[in-house]
Design a protein around this ligand. Structure first.
Ligand code: ADP
Length: 720
């Protein structure tokens, strides 16, 4: 508190004590007066006394000074009516009414009003008073305290504004609010919580003598009640935020979906004190979700049956089409036909071939859409596929007089992770489009390059017709030929759809840019990978552990024939066999060459890749087993499709067992040892009930499997 100038607190006190001594009061009285004076000096407080008999009014205390008035000014007030001027006009009548009530009914005097400050502004003050009455109960004096309530008022205003805002938000959000308190074990609901269930008051929800929480849980759907209790327990014991959807019966017993979100408050002993939460009625959202899921299920079912129907139809159409085409070809060789008739037959044949192509495309598309297609993604040397595709596309390019070139980055072999057969299909389609939708003497160029560190790009660029802007967004729509159906250029309009889906199944992507009249460029992005046989340390590590050297003792020289078309796999196998003494590895890159070599060199073991396109491993095996000179050579099948092969074998096994009545046996017969060479049975599918193959190896195989196999057949293995 600031001390008035020229007068220290001590000087003032001495003066006051001298004055009190002058009144010749007792020490006790002086003490009392000193205490009273302390009260008077408290900032923000004042005292007033109204002599009701003669209507004089006295006011003193720090509040009057705080309001800018001097004590002299306050002392100058003589009549009670003079203080009316200190009231904000709107507040005066209310104040007088309260005083009147007190006079007649002795009701408490306690009110707030705006008091005029010396500077002309108003401040909020609160006053409380009581009265002294004579023996006739007539008021003689009214005495009161008055204090500064502006801060209180500001806080109360802020609180009220916040409350109103919250109320507005809650009303707008349609959320119900509730609070559970541990103290009285009661739940308080806002009206909205009750309205969600169609109740108007809490009494309608809660039965007499029942707790609110029991009444609430009584209505929860029996299937959701247990989970509800678990969620609440988690919230109370593990301080987990409560966020839970459940069904609860409304007033008419119809279940509605409610989402409850809440947080618990804990005391210092970690005991829950409060849980405060909100309820939202999510019935409409849940119903919409349900409708959506049903619609999706139905669409999926419809799509599946459509795919099944298409695939069935396509298969059915193929058989008669073969006959039609066969006879059409025969007619072309018939000398009895006139040139005109022969030309007509040629047209029939051409249309038939187109129809077959259409059937194949539709079949392919329906297989992809129904998920009936599995891809064998593996590291593929892209340049080789490109070269194959160029060779295969040359006749078509010549027919259209289009030049076909390729830049395959030969100096640096680029490997991509993809399915060999499907990549070929995709590229052949893009090249064919580049040729078909081109001008005479046009060109198509294929380029292979690094798109970025992780991806390889294969681009197929042409300087053909290009695609106009308005058609670009329809490019990958099934059966949309973008107007090409009006031309003589053959096509089905599904090639690009199939292409896109296949690339996506290989984990890649496709994009294009095109300008009408200038040309188009389609780019395929595929995951880049290193040749697992040469450089990928992780995959090679699996196959060729650096720290271990494998010694396989084979008493007499042996020969293994590997029938495989994939150069990467061939290199891998060659590399592996370099570590094995006394066993020679022979390679046949084509199945027929494999049969020829088998007869020529009579190998001690054949490793046969089952994924060579357009060839059936079982047929090759049949050829070998029908030939007495090769029948006893063990043939091991290499496949990427573990489950398919396993299922085939097991099914064959089951059928055999059903026929013979013997129990299922997946051990034994085929393999001499009757068990996995290295003791594990997870990768080495030794399903020996298989009548033909010696055993199956699932790609990517590892060194242990191959060495185990060789050891089984030819000798003993030592691992250092
Ligand atoms: P289609 O069997 O008709 O060739 P696609 O799905 O392969 O079916 O292609 C769809 C359509 O996209 C084609 O009919 C053609 O109009 C257009 N198109 C595809 N590739 C090219 C291209 N390289 N240049 C111009 N138009 C193309």
């Amino acid at each position: 508190m600031a001390i008035p100038e020229g007068q220290t607190g001590r000087e003032s006190l001495i003066k006051k004590i001298e004055w009190l001594q002058h009144l010749q009061l007792t020490n006790e009285q002086i003490e009392l007066v000193k205490q009273y004076r302390c009260l008077v000096d408290i900032h923000g407080f004042g005292f007033w006394e109204w002599n009701y008999t003669n209507q004089t009014f006295h006011c003193h205390g720090q509040l009057c000074l705080d309001a800018g008035y001097s004590q002299e000014e306050m002392d100058a007030i003589e009549h009670a009516t003079e203080i009316r001027g200190l009231f904000y006009p709107d507040d005066l009548d209310r104040a007088l009414a309260i005083v009147r009530q007190h006079v007649y009914h002795n009701s408490p005097i306690h009110f707030s009003f705006r008091m005029l400050k010396k500077c002309g502004e108003y401040m909020w003050v609160t006053t409380m008073a009581t009265s002294l009455r004579d023996e006739n109960n007539r008021i003689t004096n009214i005495v009161g305290v008055i204090f500064d309530a502006s801060q209180l008022r500001v806080t109360r205003e802020a609180l009220r504004t916040a409350e109103l805002r919250l109320q507005r938000i809650m009303n707008a959000s349609n959320d119900g609010i509730w609070e559970w308190s541990a103290k009285d074990k009661k739940v308080e609901f806002s009206d909205r919580v009750l309205h969600h269930l169609g109740f108007k008051s809490i009494e309608q929800l809660v039965k007499p003598g029942e707790s609110t929480i029991t009444a609430w849980m009584r209505r929860i759907h029996p299937e959701d009640l247990k989970a509800f209790k678990v969620e609440v327990k988690d919230c109370l014991t593990h301080r987990k935020a409560l966020d839970f959807d459940y069904r609860i019966a409304d007033r008419d017993g119809i279940y509605r979906w409610v989402r409850t979100r809440a947080h618990a408050k804990f005391n210092q002993k970690s005991q829950p004190v409060l849980i405060s939460g909100t309820n939202i009625d999510i019935t409409e959202i849940k119903l919409a979700q349900e409708r959506l899921e049903n619609a999706r299920d139905q669409a999926e079912k419809a799509n599946l049956s459509k795919s099944k129907f298409l695939s069935g139809m396509s298969q059915q159409l193929r058989t008669p089409m073969n006959a039609i085409l066969g006879y059409a070809q025969l007619f072309e060789y018939d000398d009895n036909l006139t040139d005109d008739q022969r030309n007509n037959m040629h047209e029939v044949r051409k249309a038939g071939e187109h129809l077959i192509q259409l059937i194949d495309d539709v079949l392919d598309l329906s297989k992809i859409e129904s998920g009936n297609i599995t891809l064998a993604n593996e590291p593929i040397l892209v340049s080789e596929i490109v070269k194959d595709c160029i060779t295969l596309s040359h006749p078509q390019a010549n027919k259209y007089n289009v030049t076909l070139t390729a830049e395959t980055g030969d100096t640096e072999p680029l490997f991509a992770e993809c399915d060999r057969v499907r990549l070929k299909q995709v590229l052949l389609n893009l090249i064919s489009n580049g040729i078909k939708y081109n001008r005479p003497s046009g060109w198509v160029n294929i380029n292979v390059f690094f798109h970025n560190e992780d991806e390889i790009c294969i681009s197929v660029e042409d300087n053909g017709f290009g695609i106009s802007e308005d058609k670009k967004d329809k490019l990958f729509q099934p059966f949309n030929r973008l107007g090409a159906e009006k031309t003589a250029i053959e096509g089905s309009g599904v090639g690009l759809v199939i292409t896109k889906r296949l690339i996506e199944m290989m984990g890649g992507d496709i994009s294009f840019y095109s300008q009408e009249g200038v040309g188009s460029c389609f780019e395929i992005y595929l995951k880049r990978c290193d040749d697992w046989a040469e450089s990928d340390p992780s995959s090679l590590g699996k196959i060729m552990p650096e720290e271990r050297k494998i010694h396989l003792s084979v008493s007499s020289p042996k020969t293994v024939l590997y029938i495989e078309d994939n150069p990467a796999n061939i290199r891998l196998m060659e590399k592996l066999f370099r570590h094995v003494n006394n066993i020679e590895l022979e390679i046949a890159q084509e199945p027929l060459l494999g049969v020829y070599k088998t007869r020529l060199i009579l190998p001690d073991l054949i490793l046969l890749d089952l994924e060579i396109p357009g060839f059936n491993g079982h047929e090759l095996l049949e050829i070998l087993s029908n030939d007495p000179s090769t029948a006893d050579i063990p043939v091991v099948a290499l496949s990427t499709n573990k489950s398919a092969e396993l299922n085939n074998r097991l099914n064959a096994n089951k059928e055999n067992n059903a026929a013979t009545g013997s129990p299922s046996d997946t051990q034994g017969q085929g393999s001499p040892s009757g068990s996995h060479p290295d003791g594990s049975d997870n990768e080495f599918l030794d399903i020996n009930n298989a009548p033909q193959f010696y055993s199956y190896l699932v790609k990517p195989w590892n060194i242990e499997q191959i060495i185990g196999l060789l050891e089984n057949l030819f000798g003993e293995k030592t691992v250092q």
